[in-house]
Write a protein of this length. Structure first.
Length: 123
């Protein structure tokens, strides 16, 4: 599964940002062709003194899942996608963005899931 990941830190008003993202950005993203789902994770730092590389003030991880790697590119080329990029650009100093390919390992079945293969391991 292909996704984009936005990591946000150092936001002045966390509640305002979350409201904006959930009410304004997510509904528009979810209407774009090729977008499957989105997840927003609000983080609480459990041990600020021991966080490496200035990671102590990371506040959100936002994931957007796509049908394919091509869908990621297509979304950014649409007028709506361009508008969302522009809107989110106002948070550029607070954000790092990544594209990823997700693999899942489940605890019960011990299954490793990859787009090209799936294997089951016995205990």
């Amino acid at each position: 599964m292909f996704k984009t990941i936005g990591i946000y830190k150092g936001l002045e008003d966390v509640e305002k940002f979350q409201r904006f993202y959930v009410q304004e950005v997510m509904p528009r993203m979810l209407d774009l062709p090729g977008v499957q789902q989105m997840r927003i994770t609000a983080l609480t730092n459990t041990n600020p003194e021991d966080q490496p590389f200035d990671m102590g003030d990371v506040q959100f991880i936002i994931e957007t899942f796509y049908d394919s790697p091509e869908s990621v590119k297509q979304v950014t080329m649409t007028p709506e996608g361009q508008e969302l990029i522009k809107i989110l650009g106002t948070y550029r100093k607070n954000m790092a963005a990544f594209v990823g390919k997700e693999h899942t390992i489940t605890a019960r079945a011990r299954v490793y899931s990859s787009p090209k293969q799936s294997t089951t391991q016995s205990k």
